[in-house]
Design a protein around this ligand. Structure first.
Ligand code: SAH
Ligand code: SF4
Ligand code: F3S
Length: 486
């Protein structure tokens, strides 16, 4: 949505699958580093770089916490680090290629500073396991998404020159007791992991293989983390999971907690704490969740509801378990219960056997749903997935590319139309920081997750404040307005 040239966009997206928030802040591939907590107690420093979805970014904060407990400080400079970590993504082939190239650059760092350890974390670590150590001589440590607690042990092993690999997936691990160290934080918005893994078997997707079985984190620990964030001054939490709507926690005593109930518990922390969540599988988002959203104005009016394709035949091949009619009815329901709700989507162009008529169905459903924003991708075959084993990746690259361009062009038009409709409206905006373009302007978001830019005035405002902004102009990516006193 933010970059019109599809090719460039694919590249950005492949580096990082991020939701709106991080994508339009252009944090792709950016290195994280702690600040105040960055001081080392053991004389050693780590550098961590994260690729992929928000879950990976959130996991890097868990890793940072584990390393801090071991005495490590954080640095923004790989050259200064004793330990370089790269948290990886396998979602598309290009994402993996980007990471391999980045690793090659770290080789030079390691050549200059002997003894520096290089660790591969995340989904690519899980997918390739110890192959890393054979293929890439420079990799010392390989840790899968469920094995971060073993990192200190693995570091010691690698320091002793031994192989250090732990890619065991777990049915229980949620890191519930580890307080994440907020990396590169704006002090206003934070991610909170509520579940891990995925039990859906979308045929194109590598995530169930890299992240393992679905499991939900203890509800009390989630509420405690969100409360603590609020007390520290944070004003927005995004509850994260591959499929948040299937959250289901059964406490040792008491009632099971559904996603709707969890949402409500978090919303009750304070009316001043905004709540977002990502991602919702269309089959799991219940009317109960929509009604809870309707009851609490601090639960943001925004749902990311990936459709993937508008063709029933392709949806079936993808094993998405819904039809286009069912999806459209779900969107109708959202609009009925939450008339002002923003809806965004993920779309894949050129899945196996996709014909022109299927592609037209995708364009058609986009128009029906009037998505405010979408993340759009060309299908990329992933080793080991059901699609790779069962179907032929038979849509020619140039056809995939042309279809993607048409999808992107349509989305650009829909986004512009959606933003044009906002002109004249007044929104409550949570200030996140300075606008990227000018320190004279604030950047914030409305409940629908749209970026709003407006001039600072003489009023003493700061990030974390809520203000009312009247919109007077827009592009397909941004709303522009001015402060009003309502
Ligand atoms: N759990 C989330 C999606 C995580 S992956 C959900 O179900 O919504 C993010 C997006 O990447 C997917 O929604 C899909 O659009 C895209 N994606 C996943 N595998 C892909 C592949 N093999 N090729 C192209 N895009 C893919
Ligand atoms: Fe992948 Fe489907 Fe699970 Fe999302 S719901 S992570 S697309 S398998
Ligand atoms: Fe990528 Fe793994 Fe997330 S494959 S999209 S980092 S779950």
């Amino acid at each position: 949505m933010y970059i019109c040239l599809p090719d460039f966009m694919i590249e950005l997206k492949d580096i990082n699958y991020l939701s709106t928030k991080m994508l339009d802040e252009s944090r792709q591939g950016e290195a994280f580093a702690g600040t105040a907590e960055g001081k080392s107690n053991n004389g050693k420093y780590f550098y961590i770089e994260s690729y992929g979805c928000q879950m990976n970014f959130s996991d890097s904060e868990i890793v940072a916490s584990i390393l801090h407990s071991e005495g490590y400080g954080a640095t923004r400079q790989p050259e200064e680090a004793d330990l370089i970590l790269i948290n990886t993504c396998s979602i598309r082939e290009k994402a993996e290629q980007t990471i391999r190239n980045r690793l090659k650059e770290f080789r030079h760092v390691k050549e200059r500073k002997k003894g520096t350890l290089i660790g591969v974390l995340g989904c690519m670590a899980e997918r390739l396991k110890s192959k890393w150590l054979e293929e890439e001589q420079l990799v010392d440590i390989v840790v899968g998404p469920d094995a971060y607690r073993s990192l200190p042990l693995l570091i010691r092993q690698a320091d002793d020159g031994r192989k250090a690999v732990n890619v065991l997936l777990s049915r229980e691990e949620t890191y519930a007791d580890i307080a994440p160290v907020r990396l590169d934080s704006n002090g206003v918005t934070a991610f909170v992991s509520i579940m891990r893994g995925c039990n859906n078997m979308c045929t194109f997707c590598v995530v169930p293989f890299t992240r393992g079985r679905e499991r939900s984190r203890d509800a009390e620990s989630i509420v405690a983390e969100c409360t603590s964030l609020f007390e520290q001054g944070f004003r927005e939490v995004t509850l994260l999971g591959q499929n948040v709507d299937s959250y289901y926690y059964v406490p040792p005593q008491g009632e099971p907690v559904t996603f709707a109930r969890l949402l409500e518990k978090v919303a009750q922390i304070s009316p001043l704490l905004r709540i977002r969540f990502s991602t919702s599988h269309p089959k799991d988002i219940t009317d109960e969740v929509l009604w809870v959203m309707a009851r609490y104005p601090n639960i943001c009016r925004y749902i990311h509801l990936p459709v993937q394709s508008g063709s029933n035949r392709i949806l079936q091949l993808m094993n998405r378990t819904y039809t286009r009619e069912w999806y459209k009815a779900k969107v109708d329901k959202i609009r009925e219960i939450l008339p002002d709700c923003g809806i965004s989507s993920d779309i894949i162009a050129g899945f196996c056997t996709e014909q022109e008529i299927d592609h037209q169905d995708t364009l058609d459903i986009m128009k029906y749903c009037r998505f405010d924003m979408s993340y759009m991708f060309m299908y990329s075959e992933r080793p080991g997935t059901l699609a790779q084993r069962r179907y032929k990746d038979d849509v020619l690259p140039e056809v995939k590319k042309r279809r993607l361009t048409e999808i992107v062009n349509l989305q650009n038009r829909l986004s512009l139309e959606s933003n044009r409709k906002d002109i004249g409206k007044i929104f409550e905006v949570l200030i996140e920081g300075n606008s990227k373009r000018s320190d004279a302007d604030w950047m914030g978001r409305n409940s629908q997750n749209k970026v709003v830019i407006f001039p600072k005035n003489e009023k003493k405002l700061k990030p974390g404040d809520y203000v009312n902004v009247k919109i007077h102009d827009s592009t397909q990516a941004t709303l522009f307005g001015e402060l009003v006193n309502e």
